[in-house]
Design a protein around this ligand. Structure first.
Ligand code: BDR
Ligand code: CA
Length: 312
């Protein structure tokens, strides 16, 4: 049976790879892609989402625009990482598929109501504003959510936008805290795991060898994306974050983590957006999230490359 997913995203080169992986995987049924403001403003993230659908040969899929700013704070963007368009690197054509008229939050609510209870997984690759708005407007839908699997946070590795905060959580910490407190099953793929997944030169060569449009675009996306982190960390390749969400759905046995309490700092300025993971269980706070720290990175790239190699 295929697993029904909604991808909530702010593309973003690594978001793009995650979307390609999902479309290339017959185990997943992508019901819709919901765009949120994050790496770049909403007008660009929804446009980029449509470009990626068309790259994957999936102009028949549905892209919805959602929140254009966080719940309570001003939008912080990351053009210094992703470039002015959010998707710098490849030269992708303007999409011809339309943006859906329905608001992303309405789409998610309607889908959770329509589909069988416990059958829809929400995959969050950006700030959690859209998901939080669903929880605020329709809290009765929480038991109908199969799982929220998100890329965000970092505890042992520290932060990437401030010393203590990861970008997706920092942009909308209030939304992230609502998700943590929602009671829905939450799985977190933080920097602690994504920093083990590096886009090395040898791995990029394997994308290049595909000789397809999607393979070439992946190389251009990743070469642009990794330059910032390679300089920062001095590594061969940069961390590849968002595709871990999709890979986790496809092959959970590649990952290791534990159920623990995760709480988001929403008030202290110095540590705003910090994901405080009680890995050692030193508090009695409820265990609300499956927090992942380990991955078989070779097997992750084997999966990613084999799947993207199936696309046009
Ligand atoms: C996360 O922030 C964004 O810049 C990436 O797309 C990823 O979702 C990594 O911190
Ligand atoms: Ca993202």
């Amino acid at each position: 049976m295929t697993r029904k997913i909604i991808i909530d995203t702010d593309p973003g080169q690594d978001d793009a790879l995650a979307i390609l992986l999902a479309f290339a995987s017959p185990e997943l049924d992508v019901l819709g892609i919901t765009a949120v403001a994050g790496n770049v403003p909403l007008a660009l993230t929804e446009l980029n989402a449509r470009k990626i659908c068309e790259l994957a040969g999936r102009a028949d899929s549905k892209v919805f625009a959602g929140a254009d700013r966080p719940l309570m704070r001003l939008l912080v963007t990351a053009e210094h990482v992703h470039g002015k368009t959010g998707l710098d690197g490849p030269d992708l054509p303007e999409p011809s598929m339309p943006l859906q008229k329905q608001h992303a939050v309405d789409f998610i609510i309607e889908t959770l109501r329509r589909e069988e209870a416990g059958s829809v997984t929400l995959c969050a690759l950006g700030p959690l504003t859209n998901i939080a708005q669903v929880l605020i407007r329709a809290p009765e839908l929480v038991p109908r959510i199969r799982e929220i699997v998100l890329m965000g946070g970092g505890f042992f590795e520290g932060g990437n936008i401030t010393p203590t905060a990861e970008f997706n959580i920092y942009v909308d910490p209030h939304a992230a805290q609502l998700v943590m407190q929602s009671g829905a099953p939450v799985t977190i793929l933080p920097l602690d795991v994504t920093h083990k997944v590096l886009t090395t030169a040898r791995r990029l060569d394997r994308f290049r060898a595909m000789g397809t449009k999607s393979g070439d675009a992946s190389v251009a996306l990743l070469e642009f994306f990794e330059r910032f982190d390679e300089e920062k960390y001095g590594s061969d390749g940069g961390p590849l974050h968002d595709p871990n969400v999709i890979a986790y759905l496809l092959r959970p046995e590649l990952y290791g983590g534990r159920l623990c309490n995760v709480t988001i700092e929403t008030s202290n300025e110095l540590t705003l957006g910090m994901t405080v993971a009680d890995w050692w269980g030193v508090t009695h706070r409820p265990k609300n999230a499956f927090y992942i720290r380990d991955v078989d990175d070779e097997a992750f790239f084997d999966l990613l490359i084999e799947r993207i190699g199936r696309l046009p």
